[in-house]
Design a protein around this ligand. Structure first.
Ligand code: 5GP
Length: 185
């Protein structure tokens, strides 16, 4: 495959695209088995999760539906307060539905735990989490992530949907950027 023109900004490829695809096939197979005979609703959290959603759903051999939410975290600077504002709510009513949240990365877990409480109040039949990445060393709340792709160290990663200042989401691999890329911002 042609090398991305963004590669000069990359210090290290942490998870190459073929490993991501293999993991999503594995997760898709598990989800297909667990939801057999049902029509789950996959909820992607904008914007990072759209790439995972696109590849994951094609590995789920069921009639499933998708919906999206856009949220923003209140709080100062880099620390997530865990109080989120819903910028775009779901189109679907989730009452009685089997719902699977699709995330790109779980860091402190505060955003997702707030979102879980808010969605639980709408009385879905079930509510589970699928996340491509998790940074366990940063976790501040206990979350049961039923479908997890990879654990990553406490490094800021980009690619495969994850951005830095809006860019790098379209890199096919999960990467760590060179420090000078941040310095120039
Ligand atoms: P949490 O509430 O779990 O701390 O926040 C999770 C959100 O922080 C993710 O959905 C993502 O938007 C952002 N985030 C956390 N770690 C990273 C990272 O390494 N890279 C990028 N691009 N975003 C991250």
């Amino acid at each position: 495959m042609k090398m991305s023109s963004m590669m000069p900004d990359v210090q290290e490829v942490l998870i190459p695209s073929d490993e991501i695809q293999a993991k999503l096939r594995e997760l898709g197979t598990r989800i297909t088995t667990d939801y057999r005979g049902e029509k789950p609703l996959l909820i992607g959290i904008l914007r990072g999760a759209i790439v995972v959603m696109g590849d994951l759903m094609r590995n789920i051999d069921l009639q499933c539906e998708i919906d999206f939410m856009d949220i923003s975290s209140y709080g100062s600077g880099t620390s997530s307060s865990g109080v989120v504002r819903i910028l775009k709510d779901l189109e679907e009513d989730i009452t009685g539905r089997r719902v699977l949240i699709v995330e790109d990365i779980i860091d402190t877990g505060l955003t997702l735990s707030y979102l879980l409480r808010s969605l639980q109040a709408r009385k879905p039949a079930s509510l589970e989490i699928c996340s491509l990445l998790s940074k366990p060393s940063r976790r501040r709340v206990d979350l049961d992530v039923k479908y997890l792709g990879f654990e990553v160290p406490d490094e800021f990663v980009v690619g495969y949907g994850l951005d830095y200042a809006g860019a790098y989401r379209n890199l096919p691999d999960i990467c760590i950027l060179k420090p000078e890329v941040f310095g120039g911002a």
